[in-house]
Design a protein around this ligand. Structure first.
Ligand code: NAP
Ligand code: HSE
Length: 430
């Protein structure tokens, strides 16, 4: 009989407390699936006295995550504290140095230090599992790294942030304000400790570079990602999008070409009736396009205690069962930094909303600035108010180079015809 596997959990918040509770309450079923006994042996968090709804009697408490990572009291280190730096980084490094496999849900840590940590794990022949870090409960890392391993993947993209998708969907269905819906998402345990990571797009960027690393076999490249959030999306944009036959979603898109990889995170117009447009609430969805499989779509809950614990426990079960796969699906020594295609080279159509004072000649100025940059207009819509009042004017462009669009928008602002900062949302026609 294989010896029990002693689990140490660092971080007992939304995710960690639920993993701990399930290890205790579901122990019989988990032991059968693991093929050995799993023991919740060690725990650490900031405040020992906090009631977490988990029975910690018989579990060794550590004041310091690094001390737990090194302790012989545990065999597997489960990092659920979050944050790109210490103590998460130091503790994961300490666990790997001490010969212990690691499970983490921490996309910020891996987006910044993934290649180094993968090399440290590989040098010791250890697992560094991070299924929960990307798209919560969807087993997308396993699907891409193992299930699609025979494919050359050209593009991976999707809705990777449950908080943003929840906010956009709820704003649309209820007409409620952005801040009000964000507070609700935080209460439901979807949002990061710092919610600006969610709404500003950085959480999606963290996940996208991990997904791209596994899909394309490169080191996670966070610094090359173009990132925009959803803060400037208004109810106007949501209504206009519908009128044009689209919904607005925060997407992460990674595309491989001969010149390198393009990675971008921004709100996008997604055509109604396509798989991503129908993904609502806290759900995430990922599309992977491979030469053999074509397009495959994965959908599920992207955040929250249950879905995330599902992924963390699956990673623990993988370790209990053995054997180990390379962290990013290729030997760490082959993980080179990819060449990054600049966002200015991106080709695409876009939705442009200008708030203008309704007076003669304004549309002519905007059209001239677009024409000067060879940006062609596909359609236009204006909701009129009284002459002299500010009014939204919306254009959908044909495909154009991002750099040309940016120059055109700058010229329009400089021409003094807009009353507030223009809103640009890229169209995605997958
Ligand atoms: P959380 O609720 O804020 O919990 C964080 C836990 O870590 C708390 O128990 C906290 O201790 C502990 N902690 C924080 N700093 C610490 C330190 N310096 N030393 C020791 N313990 C420390 O966070 P969460 O939502 O569970 O997220 C945990 C990780 O999972 C993050 O990496 C997050 O990105 C990732 N994740 C979360 C979700 C989700 O839906 N929430 C989904 C996927 C991935 P105290 O309780 O004592 O304050
Ligand atoms: N804050 C993240 C989200 C948690 O909303 O998707 C899951 O990673």
């Amino acid at each position: 009989m294989t010896a029990p596997l002693k689990i140490g959990i660092a971080g007992l918040g939304t995710v960690g407390a639920n993993v701990a509770r399930l290890l205790i309450e579901q122990s019989a079923a988990l032991n059968v699936r693991a093929g050995r006994k799993l023991t919740f042996a060690g725990a650490t968090a900031r405040d020992k006295r906090k009631d977490r709804g988990v029975d910690l009697s018989g579990v060794e408490w550590f004041a310091d995550p690094v001390a737990m990572a090194k302790s012989p009291a545990i065999d597997v280190f489960v990092e659920l504290m979050g944050g790109e730096g210490d103590p998460a980084k130091a503790a994961v490094e300490a666990a790997l140095a001490a010969g212990k496999p690691v499970v983490t849900a921490n996309k910020a840590l891996l987006a910044h230090h993934g290649a180094k940590l993968a090399a440290a794990a590989e040098a010791k022949g250890l697992a560094l599992n991070f299924e929960a870090a990307v798209a919560g409960g969807i087993p997308i890392i396993k699907s891409v790294r193992e299930g699609l391993a025979a494919n050359r993947l050209e593009r991976v993209y999707g809705i990777l942030n449950g908080t943003c998708n929840y906010i956009l969907t709820t704003m649309e269905s209820s007409g409620r304000a952005f801040g009000d819906v964000l507070a609700e998402a935080q209460k439901l345990g979807y949002a990061e400790a710092d919610p600006t990571f969610d709404i500003g797009g950085m959480d999606t960027a963290h996940k996208l570079c991990l997904l791209a690393a596994v899909a394309f076999g490169n080191a996670p490249a966070l610094d090359g990602i173009h990132v925009e959030g959803i803060e400037r999306i208004t109810p106007h944009d949501i209504v206009f999008a519908r009128e044009f036959g689209y919904r607005i979603k925060l997407l992460g898109v990674a595309t491989r070409s001969d010149g390198g990889i393009e990675q971008r995170v921004h709100p996008a117009m997604v055509p109604l009736g396509t798989p991503l447009a129908d993904v609502d609430g806290v759900y995430n969805a990922v599309v992977a396009e491979g030469d053999l499989v074509g397009k495959s779509v994965y959908e599920g809950r992207g955040a929250g205690a249950g879905p995330t614990a599902s992924a963390v426990l699956a990673d623990i079960l993988d370790i209990a069962r053995g054997p180990r796969l390379p962290t990013f699906g290729a030997p760490a020594a082959s993980l080179k930094r990819p060449a990054i295609t600049p966002m200015g080279d991106h080709q695409g159509a876009c939705y442009l909303r200008f708030t203008v004072i309704d007076r003669p000649g304004v549309i002519a100025v905007i059209s001239r600035c677009l024409a000067d940059q060879a940006v062609s207009i596909e359609s236009m819509l204006q909701r009129s108010r009284a002459p002299g009042e500010a009014v939204p004017v919306v254009f959908i462009t044909h495909e154009a180079r991002e750099a040309a669009l940016t120059r055109a928008i700058k010229a329009i602002v400089t021409a003094g015809v807009v009353a507030e900062e223009p809103c640009m949302i890229r169209m995605e026609r997958f």
